[in-house]
Design a protein around this ligand. Structure first.
Ligand code: SF4
Length: 416
């Protein structure tokens, strides 16, 4: 069976010669995850490789802490980074072993390739003046510094969370991944100090990225959240002169809110994710976003943002594969593909970059137990999105392989 699967990668590589085999492998790694053998885990417990604490998630949605650390993103031989999940819940993961000083990727018993992992950033292990570990404030995925500014999503308060999501659950619940003093928000001063420390390692980080759970509170939807982002971005900006390479992945803000964000901070790019394009499926899969502020308004605000940030600096993305989820999803991959390519064209015409990430079914999400999207579907989708963006003169400068590594369709820009 494993041999068949490797052959499938080769078969699909021959069928789609414009998609490099490393990108096909990356897509398969993202959808299937990987597990490190005990030897490989031992080999990453050092200052060269050690990233965040390793958590084990179980199929019933529970999790437990371990005393070991996972490595960071996987590095393929052509330099492609793949933010592979090493959690336990994947049904059929790849395996990484460590022999003769090398990490080797296996599919079952079949050797696939030699791999490596991105280096541990030097600021890991440092504390802020208030005693908070800097890596708990900001993590590094490839060359992107990811800061989670507020670790609670208010959509979970009313059961309106996105159906694929497994983060930011009830604050009273004990969820180790977010069980830190930072759950209620991060002090901007701690963020300022962390970024200052990060910048002492030249070239390690190329973009600062802010994200958070959705907080719709305020006189107008999201006012409190926008105030929080302005405070944080201003604090980060003290490390720079003028604008700095940055993005927020956030809800769809009003033009007035976006104008403030742009004028009062050094932010360069904005990413309000639509998640699912089809109107009927958006209402089912993203009931909270369908209320705050609603699909039509979400799209309008995304387009309005181009007037403020400029063509090619506004992004949106879908979670590729959830549109096929049962029982209401598309019945065929062709219908799913049509929908996503239509969305990409719609946004590209208006200067917005439309990307995809691969859906990884999490056992704590409402869609637990469903199947990952077929590999051939996400290959076709990645190529289709890349072709459309290219036709409209758009390149994913804020979200490409150098800055993010989470979008295989943006990786294809490397072959331009
Ligand atoms: S907005 Fe949706 S995807 Fe984001 S944290 Fe909330 S429930 Fe999860």
């Amino acid at each position: 069976m494993a041999a068949d699967r490797v052959l499938e990668i080769d078969r699909l590589g021959r069928k789609y010669p414009d998609v490099p085999r490393f990108i096909i492998l990356k897509l398969d790694l993202l959808r299937r995850g990987a597990r490190l053998t005990s030897r490989a885990l031992d080999a990453v417990q050092n200052d060269e490789y050690r990233f965040g604490p390793m958590l084990i998630f179980f199929k019933n949605g529970g999790s437990k802490k371990t005393d070991r650390s996972n490595p960071g993103s996987m590095l393929l031989r052509d330099g492609t980074t793949a933010p592979v999940s090493f959690e336990e819940y994947f049904e059929d993961p790849y395996r990484v072993d460590y022999t003769s000083g090398k990490f080797i990727l296996y599919d079952g018993r079949v050797r696939v390739d030699e791999v490596d992992f991105t280096p541990r950033p030097k600021y890991y292990g440092h504390l802020t003046t208030s005693g908070i570990p800097m890596e708990s404030i900001a993590s590094a995925r490839a060359q992107r510094l990811i800061i989670c500014a507020y670790r609670h999503c208010h959509l979970w308060d009313t059961g309106d969370q996105c159906k694929y999501c497994a983060f930011f659950t009830d604050l009273k619940a004990s969820r180790p991944a977010f069980d830190t003093p930072l759950r209620r928000g991060v002090d901007p001063e701690d963020i300022y100090e962390t970024v200052r420390e990060v910048l002492k390692e030249p070239g390690r980080i190329s973009e600062i990225y802010l994200t958070a759970g959705m907080d719709y509170r305020g006189e107008h939807f999201f006012d409190e959240e926008v105030e929080r982002y302005i405070r944080i971005l201003q604090a980060i900006g003290r490390n720079f002169k003028g604008r700095f390479s940055s993005q927020i992945m956030a809800p769809a803000y009003s033009k007035a809110q976006l104008t403030r964000l742009y004028r009062e901070t050094g932010l360069t790019s904005y990413c309000p994710n639509i998640e699912v394009w089809d109107e009927r499926l958006f209402g089912w899969i993203c009931p909270g976003k369908n209320k705050w502020p609603g699909r039509k308004e979400w799209i309008k605000r995304t387009l309005d943002a181009v007037d403020i940030f400029g063509k090619g600096n506004v992004y949106t993305q879908v979670v590729a594969g959830v549109e096929l989820a049962r029982p209401h999803g598309f019945k065929t991959v062709d219908a799913a593909l049509r929908s996503n390519l239509e969305a990409c064209e719609f946004f590209a015409k208006r200067g917005v970059i439309f990307l995809s990430t691969v859906w990884r079914m999490n056992p704590a999400s409402a869609l637990a137990g469903q199947k990952n999207p077929p590999l051939e579907y996400i290959i076709r989708l990645s190529k289709g999105l890349y072709d459309i963006r290219k036709a409209y003169g758009l390149s994913s400068d804020n979200d490409d392989y150098k800055h993010c590594g989470n979008h295989a369709d943006a990786d294809l820009e490397r072959i331009d």
